[in-house]
Design a protein around this ligand. Structure first.
Ligand SMILES: [Zn+2]
Ligand SMILES: [Zn+2]
Ligand SMILES: [Zn+2]
Ligand SMILES: [Zn+2]
Ligand SMILES: [Zn+2]
Length: 306
């Protein structure tokens, strides 16, 4: 007999055999599985995040995290995406990612959204901007915010068009922008080879974007529109896209919520040499001279501050 030993399960003294587990001592019949409530008699136990013990089989059934896509218990290694969803490793090779947020999309989810051109997850579909009536007031809000940042358009009326993928591709023409979700359509007028004026015809955005991304794409395109209105046409691609990405980045940074945070991170870490690298280079300049001065220098010299 071991004098003074108390079972952690029932709080009574232990007179006979006992088990030690989880830094405590128990009557063998009181060291029980949190799942099936039966004693755990072997060494194969699993402990959940709250320190509760389970038979190995019960852990899979009652306590293991479940795959967000197929519902199977996740044992051993599994994946966690940027949204905190957990899923089986193999799905990463099986399923495509949502074009807008990176979540994996199952064939069933895809089938429910077959009319949309890009792979889109149910979360993005829920907030999708599908009609110009929905889009218009949001466009005006973003334009007002952009104006508060110092990007004014004078008397130029900038219109919005929601378009399908074919029309977007048509607008993009020869520009190779495989991930473009919007485009600023402008006309140039030149005389004797000299550019005399440029006007913005429309900002076209792919229909069906989730709300937050739609706003960021509009902010980005309003950057292009501003450059066009002021005749700033000779920036390198990295400088122009970097400037427009900086605008979208600042807009997302002002919004609250997980989605905005996701896009802030996506822009900041974008490996693309034009969009990602361009953003980082323009951001360094903006931090050095201030955003207002960056605009002023662009307006007066048609170039980025040196
Ligand atoms: Zn006991
Ligand atoms: Zn059990
Ligand atoms: Zn799974
Ligand atoms: Zn999505
Ligand atoms: Zn752009």
């Amino acid at each position: 007999m071991l004098a003074g030993l108390i079972c952690k399960g029932c709080g009574q003294p232990i007179m006979g055999s006992y088990v030690t587990a989880l830094n405590a001592i128990w009557h063998p019949e009181h060291f029980v599985c949190a799942g099936c409530k039966q004693p755990i008699r072997d060494n194969h136990l699993n402990v959940d995040a709250h320190g509760q013990p389970y038979h190995a089989a019960c852990f899979a059934q009652y306590a293991a995290p479940r795959c967000a896509l197929c519902g199977k218990p996740l044992l051993g290694e599994f994946l966690i995406d940027q949204w905190g969803a957990k899923y089986c490793r193999e799905h990463q090779k099986q399923y495509p990612m949502c074009a807008y947020c990176g979540r994996l999309v199952t064939p069933q989810q895809r089938a429910q959204d077959a009319h949309h051109e890009n792979v889109r997850c149910p979360v993005c579909r829920r907030s999708a901007i599908e009609t110009i009536q929905e889009a218009q007031p949001i466009f005006q809000q973003v334009k007002q915010w952009v104006g508060e940042q110092g990007l004014r358009y004078g008397n130029v009326r900038i219109t919005l068009e929601l378009c399908d993928y074919a029309r977007l591709t048509h607008y993009l023409r020869s520009r190779f922008e495989p991930h473009a979700l919007g485009v600023t359509v402008s006309s140039m007028y030149s005389e004797d080879g000299q550019l005399v004026s440029s006007t913005v015809d429309t900002i076209a955005v792919l229909h069906g974007l989730p709300l937050t991304l739609f706003r960021g794409v509009v902010a980005h395109e309003l950057g292009h529109a501003w450059l066009t209105v002021y005749g700033i046409k000779n920036l390198s691609p990295w400088a122009e896209e970097g400037f427009c990405e900086l605008l979208a980045f600042r807009y997302y940074g002002m919004l609250a919520g997980d989605e905005a945070r996701y896009h802030v991170g996506r822009i900041a870490r974008n490996p693309d040499p034009i969009y990602g690298e361009g953003f980082r280079r323009v951001q360094v300049i903006a931090e050095r001279v201030g955003f207002a001065q960056l605009l002023e220098t662009l307006r007066t010299t048609k170039h980025l501050p040196g």
